[in-house]
Design a protein around this ligand. Sequence first.
Ligand code: RB5
Length: 147
Amino acid sequence: MKIAIGSDHAGFALKEQLRHTFEDVAFVDCGTFSEASCDYPDMALKVARMVVGGEVDSGVLVCGTGVGMAIAANKVAGVRAAACSETYTAKLTRDHNDANILCIGARVVGPGVAEEIVRTWLETPFSNEERHLRRLRKIERLEAEGQ
Ligand code: RB5
């Protein structure tokens, strides 16, 4: 599995931890590369473009809350980014929403919970059920119409 991963300064330490925890995952590190202050939309855009371009299977973004990353990544057509702070939501964003980018808040969850969220997210496939596909098609239509 190939995953693009990115963070801002607030998420840098957790990004590094995650990269070294999931050894069977091939991570493409989209930065940031230090704790120097930076702007989360820059890394969100890099990861989002890799995901919609099909260069990776999905993406993980880490900032202080996970929310800024999700807002920024969701501006890219084709991205379904979800900020998760517990495993139930992480599971359902895959099962129901076919989320393709997971966003985590390093200032919201501890390293252990973050690891469980990522594990759950990576292990949960999209259900492929008709009602969920129908809803996703409606989202795609909204995107195409620019609404
Ligand atoms: C950075 O201070 C912080 O605003 C950022 O990491 C993130 O939480 C934004 O959503």
